[in-house]
Design a protein around this ligand. Sequence first.
Ligand code: CU
Length: 81
Amino acid sequence: MTTSLKKVTFRISDLSCPNCAAKMEQALSKQKGVVEAKVSYATGKATLTFKPDEVSEDQVFEKVKEAAESFGFGAQRIVGA
Ligand SMILES: [Cu+2]
């Protein structure tokens, strides 16, 4: 069975240091349905590759938001991205 993957990018506000970006990346990589998580301190963005048949984009956003908030950051959807 082949699964097409989806990629989505969110803006992370107040991403204060590369260490936290790396920790957030690790936490997100372990989420169900998430194939790859990239959190960039340089751009302040989180890009997640996920399996749409296992997790919805809304659920992915919720996970990103939770992870961001646990580090004291905020997460926003990028409109029109
Ligand atoms: Cu930090």
